[in-house]
Ligand binder design. Sequence first.
Ligand code: PLP
Length: 346
Amino acid sequence: MEFNAAGCARPWISGLDVYEPGKMQEGYIKLASNENNYGPSPQVVETLKKESERVNVYPYRFRQTREKIAGYCGVKADNVLLGNGSDELIDMLLKTFNGPVLSFRPTFAEYRLVAGILDEEYDEINLNDDFSFPVDEFTSKAENAEILFLCSPNSPTGGVISEEDVRKVLELGKLTVVDEAYVEFYGKSVIPLLKEFPNLVVMRTFAKAFALAGLRLGYLVASQEIVELLSKVRLPFNVNSLALGAGIAAVDSVDYMKETVDRIKKDRDILFESLTGKFRAFRSEGNFVFADVSPMKAEELFDKLMEEKIIIRCFGKFDGFEGEYVRITVGTAEENRRLVEVLDGL
Ligand SMILES: Cc1ncc(COP(=O)(O)O)c(C=O)c1O
């Protein structure tokens, strides 16, 4: 029997691209997905072992994890919603609220991808040539949009949007999502603006500083009304019990995370200096460094590092920008030493 699956699919689905994650190969140093290569705290690992004996039971610590995260963020549990990674929160936001969506380029690809999956109108403006945020252009373009995505610190560029500029965007009164996936490496959050702006949603993840990428735990902080609306769209048990338990343990052992973040920030400076010697590197507030490696091709650098068993993220060209771009995650001190040694020898 023949079956025309594409003919049965929603009309826009066949034209979508499949998300390409950073490459991974056993035995290689992986610096492609902005994970924290120091790994989670011993307390998290211990909790995971205990929780694994109880996976016969449906996840039940949703509320407790929300409370724990609320304490970490200085808000109430009713202002916190958990997702299966922040990727799922983007999906919930776009299912719940009307578009069109506006963001900028280059930024985290998932806003555009989820909009595509839901057949939602998506538009983006280019960042400035130095990858800073063009606030005036963004606010004028935002008049035609209903959901605005701002990523700060931004991936892949590492730049941030000032609080003043975030305010200017919020003053438009549109639903504004600030993706703070890398906030722990930056140290400044816009969560305090929630008191003034009920249209603000701050989205975060345990995948980066807290080193729980494999467990898929993200959260957002917003008004109780927004959280209640999103909760209607949330699938039952969207976050598994290992992730819930690990989230609690991660916040309980927050000092461990902070120590690894401090080390990563020191190594970020070392990597930046090494890259600057050869390429055009950009100051970053995340756990990664973005660089224009032209006239070398991004792919050429990627291949050279692969030969040395180091995996980075290769972007190549961006529409509307000169250059050949890569993004390199700051790994452990030892991994960074090896990387810098290879870079210096190029
Ligand atoms: C800016 C940004 N937001 C969100 C995410 C995804 O987070 P999660 O793993 O929680 O889905 C990433 C991951 O690379 C990211 O760079």
